[in-house]
Design a protein around this ligand. Structure first.
Ligand code: ZN
Length: 428
C-alpha cells in the first residue's frame, strides 16, 4: 500500500485553529525562562553535547516551545556519540503521536524516549561500527523536566530550597546489582579483568567485550544484553524554578552531586558550568573527558541574573531579594512550591522493552495498518507480530494484545532479552 493510500484512510486531521486554541488555554501560567551554559575539558575527545533551546511541538507556534539538552560520553571511538547526537531527538519526536494536547504530549514522552533510544541503537548497529556511548537526554517543557539516560552520565536537580536530587541512575555494573543480575540472566558474564596469574583488577565488567556499563547506545561488539533502554524520570518543578547540572562521569568521579551543586550556586549558568569543570579538575586532575551543561529554569517574573559576570556582592544581594520578594505571595498560594518541592510525575527503569512500551500502546490505526511501536514504520498486518503473541512470553494474551513490533524490532527485543542473537555471533 502506498503512503498516499495510507494517509487517505486516516481519520480527518484536527484543524490547526482548534489545536492553537487548546494551546492558548493551557498557557495561563507564565512559562519559565531557560538560561544555560556549557563547559568542557577534553582528554580523549569522546564527549559530545547537544543544546537545542528552541524546539516546537507545533511547527510555527512559538507558544509550544520546549528545550532539549543532552550529553553523549563515547567509548571505543566517537561514531556512536555523534550518531546519537544527530539522530536521537528526531527518533524520539517521531514516536510521539501527532495532533495531541500539551498534556498528552508530556504523557507520551517517556514511551517515545524508550522507542527513540532503541530505534537509534538499531540504526547505529546497522552501520556495522563498534563504538558506544552513554546518553543523558533532558527535555524541558515549561516546569516539566523529563530525563532519559543510559550509562553513567548524570543529571542532578538543585532546587531553590537547596535540595539536590539525582534524576538519573548509574548503569555501572560495579554499582548496580539489579543490572548485574539482568546481564547474567541474558547470557553475559560479569567479572573483573584478570592479570598477573589470576589477580583481579579494576571495576566489574561484562564479557565478552569488557564494558563497565550495563546500558548504552552502540557497542555492537559487546552483546545485546547491553541494552539501550533508558531509565526515564519526569518531574514538575514548583514555580520557584531550579537548576539542572548535566555532566559526564569525568565530573561525577571527582565531585559528589552536593559538592557540584554548592560549588556554583548563585552564579549564572555559563559561569556555573565553567566552575564545576574547574572544581573537578582541581580535585582529581584531568583523567577523563569532562563535560558539563548547566540549565537554569527561572520564573519569568523574577529579576534575571545578567549574562555577564558582575561583582559577587551584587549577585548575592539579588538572590536574597528574590527569596524575600517571593515569601508573602507563597504563604497565600502554594506553601509546598515555596520550599522548592518537586512533584514526581513518572519514573521507570525496567530493561524489558514490552513493559516500557505498555499494553495500551496504540498498535494499529483505524485503517488496519500496523505501526511499529519502536521504529514507527507502517506495515500490513502480516509482516510482523505483536510483541506478546509468543505463547512462552504471555500464554493468556489475545492475538493482538501488546505493542506491535515489526520483524526487525522484534528480533532486537528478543536479542536484548537473551532469547536469540540479533545477528550471527562468532564463537568465543
Ligand atoms: Zn520496527
Amino acid at each position: 500500500m502506498s503512503q498516499a493510500e495510507v494517509s487517505r484512510m486516516r481519520p480527518p486531521l484536527v484543524p490547526l485553529a482548534t489545536l492553537l486554541g487548546r494551546e492558548l488555554r493551557n498557557e495561563k501560567v507564565e512559562k519559565p525562562l531557560i538560561r544555560y551554559g556549557q563547559a568542557a575539558l577534553a582528554k580523549k575527545g569522546e564527549d559530545y553535547f547537544l543544546v537545542k533551546p528552541d524546539c516546537l511541538r507545533i511547527p510555527g507556534n512559538p507558544s509550544t516551545s520546549f528545550s532539549v539538552f543532552a550529553i553523549f560520553d563515547g567509548h571505543n571511538g566517537i561514531s556512536a556519540a555523534i550518531f546519537a547526537k544527530e539522530n536521537l531527538l528526531n527518533n524520539v519526536l517521531g514516536a510521539i503521536p501527532q495532533e495531541v494536547s500539551r498534556e498528552e504530549w508530556l504523557q507520551a514522552l517517556p514511551r517515545a524516549l524508550v522507542a527513540g533510544f532503541v530505534k537509534t541503537d538499531i540504526e547505529f548497529q546497522q552501520k556495522g561500527e563498534t563504538s558506544g556511548t552513554t546518553v543523558t537526554f533532558v527535555v524541558i517543557d515549561a516546569w516539566t523536566i523529563t530525563v532519559a539516560s543510559v550509562g553513567d552520565s548524570r543529571c542532578i536537580l538543585d532546587t531553590q530550597g537547596g535540595v539536590v536530587s539525582l534524576l538519573t541512575v548509574d548503569h555501572r555494573l560495579e554499582e548496580n546489582a539489579e543490572e548485574r543480575e539482568r546481564v547474567t540472566a541474558s547470557g553475559g558474564e560479569v567479572g573483573r579483568l584478570n592479570v598477573f596469574g589470576g589477580n583481579e583488577v579494576g571495576p566489574l565488567r561484562c564479557w565478552p567485550g569488557g564494558l563497565c556499563l550495563s546500558r548504552s547506545i552502540g557497542d555492537t561488539d559487546v552483546g545485546e544484553f547491553i541494552v539501550p533502554i533508558p531509565h526515564v524520570k519526569q518531574v514538575k518543578l514548583s514555580n520557584a524554578g531550579g537548576r539542572l547540572i548535566i555532566a559526564s562521569d569525568g565530573i561525577w568521579d571527582a565531585l559528589s552531586s552536593d559538592v557540584a551543586a554548592k560549588a556554583c550556586r548563585g552564579l549564572p549558568a555559563e559561569l556555573a558550568a565553567k566552575l564545576v569543570v574547574k572544581e573537578a579538575l582541581r580535585s582529581r586532575g584531568l583523567k577523563d573527558d569532562t563535560t558539563c551543561v548547566v540549565v537554569d529554569i527561572i520564573p519569568s517574573d523574577y529579576p534575571v541574573l545578567p549574562p555577564t559576570p558582575r561583582k559577587k556582592q551584587n549577585m548575592l544581594s539579588s538572590l536574597i531579594f528574590r527569596k524575600k520578594s517571593q515569601n508573602p505571595m507563597s504563604k497565600l498560594t502554594n506553601k509546598l512550591s515555596a520550599v522548592g518541592v518537586v512533584e514526581e510525575l513518572f519514573e521507570e527503569g525496567s530493561a524489558i522493552l514490552t513493559e516500557r512500551l505498555g499494553k495500551d500502546c496504540p498498535s494499529y490505526t483505524n485503517s488496519g495498518i500496523f505501526k511499529c511501536a519502536v521504529c514507527q514504520v507502517d506495515q500490513p498486518p502480516n509482516d510482523g507480530l505483536p510483541a506478546n503473541s509468543v505463547p512462552f512470553f504471555s500464554p493468556a494474551s489475545r492475538p493482538w494484545e501488546g505493542p506491535f513490533l515489526c520483524a526487525n524490532c522484534r528480533r532486537k527485543k528478543d536479542a536484548m532479552e537473551g532469547k536469540r542473537p540479533s545477528r550471527p555471533t562468532v564463537a568465543a
